[in-house]
Design a binder for this molecule. Sequence first.
Ligand code: APR
Length: 238
Amino acid sequence: MAPEEEMDDIRNIVILTGAGISAESGLATFRGPDGLWEGHRVEDVCTPEALARNAALVHRFYDERRARLDEVKPNAAHEALAALDAAWPGELLIVTQNVDDLHERAGAKRLVHMHGELRSALCAACGKAVPWTPALPPGSACDGCGRPALRPDIVFFGEMPYRMNLIDDALRRSDLFVSVGTSGAVYPAAGFVQTARHVGARTLELNLEPSAGSFYFEESRIGAASILVPELVRELLG
Ligand code: APR
């Protein structure tokens, strides 16, 4: 990050997080060794066609990941972002690609899940989303419309991410865009850095290794999120 005085002109911050921020909590990433996409084909568990073809497999994949949430807890990176959220006087938005609940459990409030949430079920018939914790058998009934149409509230490949207007507005007002723990493999999240650059925001990447989008960042810091994120928060809060 640029010298101290440049930190003073930061007002509005957008922070994008990916699976790497939850890795040190014990949750698998997607594309690393033992990644989730090593054990499953995206086409089999994360597309609308997969849901239509084999709902039991898709529901089981997310049931297993949801159950795992009870075995893990937020790490220092989630805690640091929650502290920044609580203390930052300007605008701040944490945009997570993750479907786990670790940001909320750390206390983050200004947060959006652009790819959905494991602890939510979505009615494919009426569009209602409801908090959900137990297993979600295919054919579970929606308590809104009554139809047996509840599905995991996960944005599948080929579906529109959530809250894109809110995210785009925040990016266009940002002075600082930070990306934490993402490979930069999936759009539109992978393009956020370009929107930030376009409006003159400073751009910083924190990741275990250079991502596919490192080229677009003004600065890349290589290392573990649990170290780099608290360090950045200390810089920002002074
Ligand atoms: N600290 C920082 N970065 C880490 C750590 C760590 N402890 N561990 C792993 N990483 C990095 C990896 O180097 C990798 O670049 O986190 C990144 C994780 O990349 P992916 O597994 O591709 O996950 P993500 O970028 O979140 O995937 C984006 O793809 O499959 C879809 O919808 C899914 O939201 C997901 C999206």
